[in-house]
Ligand binder design. Sequence first.
Ligand code: ATP
Ligand code: NCN
Length: 197
Amino acid sequence: MKKVGIMGGAFDPIHLGHLLAAESAREQHLLEEVWFMPSHIPPHKHRAGVSGKQRLEMVEAAIGGHPAFKPLGIELKRGGVSYTVDTIREIREQHPDLDLYFIIGADMVNYLPKWEGIEDLTGMITFIGLQRPGSFLELDALPPFIQEAVRLAEMPLVDISSSLIRSRLAQGRSVRYMVPDSVHDYMTRSGLYGIQS
Ligand SMILES: Nc1ncnc2c1ncn2[C@@H]1O[C@H](COP(=O)(O)OP(=O)(O)OP(=O)(O)O)[C@@H](O)[C@H]1O
Ligand SMILES: O=C(O)c1ccc[n+]([C@@H]2O[C@H](COP(=O)([O-])O)[C@@H](O)[C@H]2O)c1
């Protein structure tokens, strides 16, 4: 079965932490493709400030050069709150032949017990968890049925978040090299987050 990773997120904006997490998971778990999927309304945090179309276009700009990375607009198309369990059901209906992996940082691994329909989700996908500064990934603290559904991948720790980028731009500070140049160009062209070039 073809192994496909899904990297879900608000991507408000996409940054090097997301890209390195996806690439590390792809390499270490032999994923044939990784699909980058911006959420419409994230289940548990602020509504994205930038439109879904622009967040998807930044994703496309970021992953354009990678042969295994693809954008996926399924949650933006569906609208509403983007519960992963609904999305995975939809993807499995369209592609029953795929072995699906969902890539998440430590903050999200620790939050898994609170995900909508987590019992069903653990039966449909495998999670790939990565450490992230500020959140310690502790598998032992999770219920056994979730632990069994999580594999780990390693990456050089990257202390970058979308909120850090938004807050630096709001203060007129540089975010060069925290996002790919293509995303920096997109934000500058579209005047996002109050960026000054
Ligand atoms: N620096 C990072 N290292 C590892 N994983 C990350 C990193 N940044 C984000 N992720 C993971 O990527 C996924 C999507 O994250 P998201 O788009 O919400 O970005 P974020 O940087 O956490 O955003 P915000 O700062 O707005 O909360 C989540 O699973 C998150 O844990
Ligand atoms: O379905 C849920 O209950 C759920 C709860 C928290 C996060 N998620 C998904 O996990 C991914 C990363 O979440 P976030 O909030 O860090 O962007 C994104 O695809 C979210 O839709 C999903």
